[in-house]
Design a protein around this ligand. Structure first.
Ligand SMILES: [Fe+2]
Ligand SMILES: [Fe+2]
Length: 232
C-alpha cells in the first residue's frame, strides 16, 4: 500500500501497514544508505518475506554495515536473526536486550542513552524517546540529516495509508498520536511532569527535520512542534 520512500538525504522509510479496527497501523523499518548502510529496527517476523523484499530493494544485504535495534519487542526484532544471517558484514548496535541474538561471530556493540558512534562521517546518537513500552528503549538521532527514529513514540493509527503525517489534518493526526501514547510510558519520573516536560523540551530543542516512528507516518515540518505539544 505504501512503497519504501525517501524521507531525508540517504534515508529511506520502509513502511509496513497493518489493518486495524479503526484504520491502519504501522510496523516500519528505516534504512540509512550511503557508504555504510544502517538498518534501523527489523520489523515483525510475520511480514518477513515482504520485509526482506522491501528492505533489500533499498540496500544490498552484502553492503549493510550496521543494524540498530531500539528494543527487543517482537515488532522490532522480528527479522533481526534473519538480517544478521543475510548481512554478513553487519554489526548489531543496541542497548540492553532481554534476548540477545545468538550470533556465532559476536557482532554486537552495546550503546547507552547519549552515546554516539560514527558511520561514514555521520554521527549517530542513541537518544531515549520520551515515551516507550520497554524500559531499555533507545531512539536514534542522525546528526547529519536531523532525522530522529523514535521507536514506539509518536505512533498513530491512521484512517488511510499515509506516508507523511502532514497529509492528515493536524487535529486528526495529533489525536491519534495522543491515543497511541496512552499505551506507552514516560521514561522516568512517572509522577514528575516537570522532569518529563524538561526531557521533552530537550529533545524538541534538537535540530529535527523528521520524526520517523516504527508505528506511524513520518512527522515533518511544522507538525513536529505540534507532535511534541501532543506528547506534553
Ligand atoms: Fe515496543
Ligand atoms: Fe513497537
Amino acid at each position: 500500500m505504501l512503497e519504501p520512500h525517501r524521507i531525508a538525504p540517504d534515508t529511506v522509510l520502509v513502511p509496513r501497514l497493518v489493518p486495524a479496527a479503526d484504520g491502519f497501523g504501522f510496523v516500519n523499518t528505516m534504512v540509512i544508505t550511503g557508504r555504510e548502510p544502517v538498518l534501523v529496527d527489523t520489523g515483525s517476523a510475520v511480514h518477513r518475506d515482504q520485509w526482506r523484499e522491501d528492505v533489500f530493494s533499498v540496500v544490498d544485504p552484502g553492503d549493510v554495515r550496521w543494524i540498530f535495534v531500539s528494543h527487543d519487542d517482537a515488532d522490532h526484532v522480528g527479522n533481526l536473526t534473519a538480517a544478521l544471517e543475510t548481512c554478513p558484514r553487519a554489526t548489531l548496535v543496541t542497548g540492553r536486550l532481554r534476548h540477545p541474538p545468538l550470533d556465532p561471530r559476536r557482532r554486537i556493540r552495546h550503546i547507552r542513552d547519549g552515546e554516539a558512534w560514527t558511520v561514514a562521517g555521520r554521527t549517530l546518537t542513541a537518544v531515549r524517546p520520551p515515551l516507550f513500552d520497554a524500559s531499555a528503549t533507545l531512539g536514534l538521532y542522525d546528526g547529519r540529516t536531523g532525522v530522529y527514529w523514535s521507536a514506539d513514540c509518536f505512533g498513530a493509527v491512521v484512517p488511510h495509508p499515509t506516508a507523511d503525517a502532514g497529509d492528515l489534518p493536524a487535529d486528526e493526526h495529533l489525536e491519534a498520536v495522543d491515543r497511541f501514547a496512552t499505551g506507552l510510558s514516560p521514561w522516568r519520573a512517572w509522577l514528575d511532569p516537570v522532569v518529563f516536560g524538561g526531557y521533552v523540551d530537550q529533545l524538541a530543542a534538537m535540530e529535527l527535520t523528521a520524526l520517523a516512528t516504527a508505528h506511524g507516518p513520518t512527522i515533518t515540518g511544522r507538525r513536529i512542534r505540534l507532535a511534541f505539544d501532543a506528547l506534553r
